[in-house]
Design a protein around this ligand. Structure first.
Ligand SMILES: [Zn+2]
Length: 124
């Protein structure tokens, strides 16, 4: 198991944001929204040196945030330079990599929601 808590903490400190869209942009990933069927949550695409995360805008706003954070987790933990295309079809799929991406999303969103809802300052 990778040290996901530490990875998320370092990202938030380095870029001074918990917003997954801002974090993606800092990491050179462009976030787009497109309407898909409910079955497709989102996808990751790499075209030459450009990386995109495309989120299904028909999903609930909160779900869009979770999916974006989840795919962002994959892009940092699992996708390498050979990955050019990956679909995200389920919110809670099985498997080690899926679990790790879910943990990444949970860590990020927990921090994000705490910051939004209170004057909470992350202490780590
Ligand atoms: Zn996944």
């Amino acid at each position: 198991m990778k040290k996901i808590h530490k990875i998320v903490k370092n990202l938030i400190q380095k870029y001074d944001t918990t917003n997954p869209i801002e974090l993606a942009n800092h990491l050179g990933i462009i976030v787009k929204h497109k309407p898909y069927s409910q079955k497709t949550k989102g996808l990751y695409v790499k075209i030459f040196d450009s990386k995109f995360i495309i989120i299904n805008c028909n999903l609930k706003k909160e779900d869009q945030e979770i999916i974006l954070s989840h795919i962002l987790g994959h892009s940092l933990l699992h996708f390498n330079n050979d990955t050019i295309f990956a679909w995200e079809n389920s919110l809670f799929p099985q498997g080690i990599q899926e679990n790790e991406a879910n943990i990444f999303a949970l860590e990020l969103i927990t921090n994000h929601n705490l910051l939004k809802s209170t004057n909470y300052q992350p202490t780590f």
